[in-house]
Design a protein. Structure first.
Length: 287
């Protein structure tokens, strides 16, 4: 199985799990909150944080933007979308802040202009959101930047995924199993898809989880996911559509603690008698 290098980290089977804290739009347009979420990811031991970048007038039609949508930013969908979007000033601060904290950052880019914008910060990789998996032009444009690509597969058929992988190629690609509901129920996790992907594609396989709790993400690592992504928040009761599917600080700490233990717990697969068992063996074996 291939590995992918993201800065100084190798991602693939046999490597430490590459853990992404998805900030997304949970910053609610506040740079101060974004920095607090970066702090949370650093303190818990994550490898990277991820944001989302959109050029509002390219991603949404005028009709969509004009729709009524009551939010903390105003009364229209445009008020909401623009209120959640960071610009050059904010991302320059985010870039400096992450460098000072020693954590990688990158983004899901929803249009070509956003890819160019994020590219100006020399990100270590790019994320293709599940909603964009069938946008061939965007996939090829993102690939042209020459960076590793992380591909989420929620709301996608196997045929659509195969087409996207053919466009992107399996070199420098990580595929993430994902269910695009927020939060997603246990009967829709279908984690055995991770094994299906590992058999079908010659690239690292990860898991992008939107569940309540921790169990599906931990099980995904046991099943072979070499990278995981989870949304994070300081408080799940905060305003925003992604908050309920996000991990608070204690949940993130517990998740990373247990993931980091998994390689030790799984062992190397060779059956041995441990020295700690010898006394019991001598005492209890009759033959």
């Amino acid at each position: 199985m291939k590995t992918v290098r993201i800065n100084d980290r190798l991602v693939g089977d046999g490597e430490n799990c590459f853990i992404i804290a998805e900030i997304g739009i949970n910053h609610n347009g506040s740079l101060k909150l974004a920095k607090s979420l970066i702090d949370m990811a650093v303190e818990c031991g994550c490898d990277a944080v991820k944001f989302q970048k959109r050029t509002i007038e390219l991603v949404y039609t005028p009709e969509e933007l004009a729709k009524e949508r009551i939010s903390v930013f105003g009364n229209t969908n445009e008020d909401l979308k623009r209120g959640l979007e960071f610009g050059e000033k904010e991302y320059k601060e985010i870039d400096d802040y992450c460098k000072n904290k020693g954590i990688m950052w990158f983004a899901s880019c929803w249009d070509k202009k956003s890819v160019d914008f994020i590219d100006s910060f020399n990100p270590p990789c790019y994320k293709i959101a599940s909603a964009l998996l069938t946008d061939d032009d965007l996939l090829l444009y993102t690939k042209s930047k020459g960076k590793p690509i992380l591909l989420s597969t929620g709301m996608s058929t196997m045929e659509e995924i195969e087409h996207a992988v053919k466009l992107l190629g399996e070199d420098n690609l990580i595929i993430y199993h994902c269910t695009s509901t927020y939060p997603s129920n246990n009967d829709e996790q279908n984690l055995n898809v991770i094994k299906t992907f590992k058999e079908k594609f010659n690239c690292p396989i990860g898991f992008s989880g939107h569940e309540r709790g921790l169990s599906p993400t931990l099980i995904s690592v046991v099943l072979g996911a070499c990278s995981i992504e989870r949304h994070i928040t300081l408080d799940r009761t905060n305003w925003g559509s992604d908050q309920a599917a996000s991990l608070e600080p204690e949940g993130l700490r517990r998740l990373l603690r247990d993931i980091r233990l998994l390689n030790t717990i799984k062992g190397d697969g060779k059956k041995v008698v441990y020295e700690s068992e010898l006394t019991k063996k001598k005492k209890l074996r009759r033959v």
